[in-house]
Design a protein around this ligand. Structure first.
Ligand SMILES: *Cc1c(COP(=O)(O)O)cnc(C)c1O
Length: 358
């Protein structure tokens, strides 16, 4: 039975997007058909996100690009900002690659503040600062614009690397204006595609830095990606061509909606989810003012049985998420991203009301 996905990834995929994967006969990635497809995708992404950054599509989930970003851009030192499980993962990836990472930690549920980053940068120079725009594990959005501004001010040559996996396409971001050097998202979150690709934007100064980094690896080497792009709008290895058909199709749909309306739809869903939680006697887990626009983490103050709720929701054709890791049963998460509508969300919440009683 079809369960509509209100989980923070993979998100619900529209039928027409699923079908786009079977759009046409397969072609080779060294054929003109592929170059046309990739070129159209890159142009479309630059247009949607209004950026001049180098645009790459990796055949990988985002974790691969989290690793690749560090391999490409950090010789030795980086500063991680950690307030949940995905930012923790990124810190560990750096350590696993032999880099020297320092970390700013705040309690889960709280946001990273620009002053914290400023203080750390005044004490020590870092090659890169790692920021998770939307901590999907806690439902907290970090103030990316303000953090990027302090990095630029205090340590102008430090790169700003951003995991926007559960934000890009759902929450506003101004890549060039904010001075972000790398920003990426796998497509199974706000892009509402099946998993398997990661859209990545890389600034010119990040490319210049990569030239001075050794052992960038091969599969995620930004310079190699760029070389194949510049040569013939190709990728070094065989990409997931059918997923790229779906991405191409979804870009057209996003253009038709416009990003402005897409962001407004996400903001409206977020405010409905928050209001519902509070009206029903729950609390929000996120620090006030930093609640996510794409996933609402509800503090389970009514001590409802979350697995039982999800079991009953499944019968009715819905799925939500339990809390992440140590937050299991203490919180639950409602993802409202991608192509889900206000109507979809209202119907989910009405069903939850019927099950737990309002
Ligand atoms: C989902 C998620 C990831 C992991 O992405 P994968 O595509 O599963 O590798 C990383 N960071 C954030 C913030 C996420 O939400």
């Amino acid at each position: 039975m079809h369960k509509k996905l209100f989980i923070p990834g993979p998100t619900e995929v529209s039928h027409d997007v699923l079908l786009a994967q079977a759009r046409e006969p397969m072609f080779g990635h060294r054929m003109a058909e592929f170059s046309e497809l990739y070129h159209r995708i890159v142009r479309g992404l630059k247009e949607l996100f209004e950026t001049n950054a180098h645009t790459m599509v990796f055949t990988s989930s985002a974790t691969g690009v989290m690793e690749g970003t560090i391999r490409n851009l950090v010789n030795r030192t980086y500063l991680s900002t950690v307030n949940g499980s995905f930012s923790e993962r990124w810190f560990k990836i750096g350590v696993a690659n032999g880099k020297e990472g320092d970390r700013i930690d705040v309690e889960w549920g709280k946001a990273i503040k620009p002053e914290m980053v400023a203080d750390a940068l005044k004490k020590k120079h870092y090659e890169a600062v790692l920021v998770t725009y939307n901590e999907t594990s806690t439902g907290v959005m970090n103030p990316l614009k303000e953090i990027a501004a302090v990095v630029r001010e205090i340590s102008p040559d430090t790169l700003i690397l951003v995991d926007a996996v559960s934000a890009l396409g759902g929450a506003p971001v101004e890549i060039d204006e904010w001075g972000v050097d790398v920003i990426f998202a796998s497509v199974q979150k706000c892009f509402a595609l099946p998993p398997g690709l990661t859209v990545t934007f890389v600034s010119e100064r990040a490319i210049e830095k990569a030239k001075k980094v050794e052992n960038r690896g091969y599969y995620f080497d930004f310079l190699l990606m760029l070389k194949y792009w510049e040569r013939n709008f190709q990728t070094p290895a065989t990409p997931a061509i059918s997923l790229m058909w779906a991405l191409d199709h979804q870009i057209q749909k996003m253009k038709a909606e416009t990003m402005e309306r897409r962001y407004a739809r996400h903001a409206e869903m977020a405010s409905i989810a928050r209001k519902w939680a509070i009206d029903r006697g729950f609390e929000l887990f996120a620090e006030p003012g930093y609640e996510s626009l794409t996933v609402t983490t509800v503090k389970n103050t009514r001590e409802i049985d979350v697995p039982a709720l999800n079991k009953e929701l499944a019968v009715r054709g819905f799925a939500i998420s339990n809390g992440y890791g140590k937050l299991k049963n203490k919180t639950f998460r409602i993802g409202h991203m991608g192509d889900l509508t206000v109507g979809d969300l209202k119907s989910l919440l009405a069903n939850i009301d019927e099950i737990i009683g309002d």
